[in-house]
Design a binder for this molecule. Sequence first.
Ligand SMILES: [Zn+2]
Length: 124
Amino acid sequence: MGEGLGSKRQIGDNNLAIAAMKMKKVKARRKVREPRFCFKTMSDVDVLDDGYKWRKYGQKVVKNTQHPRSYYRCTQDNCRVKKRVERLAEDPRMVITTYEGRHIHSPWHDVDDSNASSQLDFIW
Ligand SMILES: [Zn+2]
């Protein structure tokens, strides 16, 4: 009896050691931290118009939901901002958008231009 308990405990310790090693590996692999920005929006559209152009480069099946997670990258050269879009599992009406990194340029839509057109709309 005593022996049985002892061997069980040993197995447990080994598992712990392996887990610790794995964690260390992940930490070492991590690169410089990019600033992250995440928000939830209630929307029918997955990709919200944020003024930037995005190119989809990946998709991943998410457990507990039929909505896949999509990965986008800014189309601007030298800009390494990434965007992750997924639906909330508990409430698929909600879109979770996560930005990683900072744009090194201004949005594609000219701010002054859009202002002018909305003013015109008002006059008409
Ligand atoms: Zn960008």
